[in-house]
Design a binder for this molecule. Sequence first.
Ligand SMILES: *Cc1c(COP(=O)(O)O)cnc(C)c1O
Length: 414
Amino acid sequence: MQKIIDSIQNHYINLEYNFGAHDYNPLPVVLKKGEGVFLWDVNDKKYYDFLSSYSAVNQGHCHPKIIDELISQSKKLTLTSRAFHNDKLGDYMKFATNLFGYDRLLPMNTGAEAVETAIKISRKWGHTIKGIDENNAQIIVCHNNFHGRTTTIISFSSHSGSKDFFGPHTPGFIHIPYNDINSLNNTLISNKNIVGFLVEPIQGEAGVNVPEDGYLSKAKKICSENNVLFIADEIQTGLGRTGKLLATDYEDARPDILILGKALSGGTIPVSAVLSDSPIMDVIQPGQHGSTFGGNPLASAVAKQALKVLTDDNLIENSRKLGEYFRNEINNYIKSSNIVKLVRGKGLLNAIVINDNSESQTAWNICLRLRDNGLLAKPTHGNIIRFSPPLVITYNQIKDCLSIIKKTLKEFEL
Ligand SMILES: *Cc1c(COP(=O)(O)O)cnc(C)c1O
């Protein structure tokens, strides 16, 4: 089924393969340009981007306002370190805390660093405010979570490839099933050393697992009742991706600690952040946490602009409306399909589940044919394909994409 890749793309693929670590298995396509929802390969073939770099380019590739900010700020000042103040960081902090409704923001770079930061804050809060004996703090996490790749974070992964042989693993994490309020409740009641519940509002990497309505608000409520921090990893679900500013906005489930990353820079440079109120955030005092690049003036200027674009360009509402349209159309297709079992998601974070065993190559083969037909998507966890285009996509473009997807799926119908 796989079309032989031409010699130009093969050249670049071999360079990566021969000189790089083999830590990824990319779809065979070599890109050189992006604009809005489109990507171009080295032969000038044009594609719809249906991954958005794992939701890091919600604002579309090379958004002019974000790129203008990136260029103009990088000509003035890029890095001061936090040894000194700069004239961009405070302005960004004020803007972001106001937008999300928190007292304070702690700036980091990658998503994993922000998750690590949230873990440190909640442990210290547990030991100094909640009164748990030092080194006894426990954090509840969910099966099939994805929170990043650091040594501590993979310690509480349930994916063997991510964690096996990377031990000794960091202790202090308790696993419960996702979307299971009783498990959360029982664990909170039986263990008095719990400081936080770390959860993805929708599990993106695990295959866009959407919990039941009310799960997040109930989880938040019982966390509050047990004096446990409700920590939401919105690195993938936040910033308009699911049709609201935050996925937790669908319910009465305001996180005590909010973790953001990915689209916080519109896909230009690594920018992440942790937001919380003073009684929690102030457990961190000078010298107790930090990052050389965190809060740099370039990142601060770009992040503020990337957040503004979400509202200025009406991307959040667009994501909600077009996401609904997309799922309706795919659901209509599924009625007469043998190859697609179901579609699920919120806003423009969606996935289809392929009707085949999870070891088969069907999802991968479908993605290769989607590529040939001008649309780039990637399988996640077995036979699931995530569809998450940039939120700047228009109605006519998504219609066009739906016909590419249906045409491709038809080739695989039994
Ligand atoms: C991508 C992602 C991370 C990790 O972010 P990096 O920038 O790759 O370190 C953490 N949590 C979630 C939910 C993610 O989607």
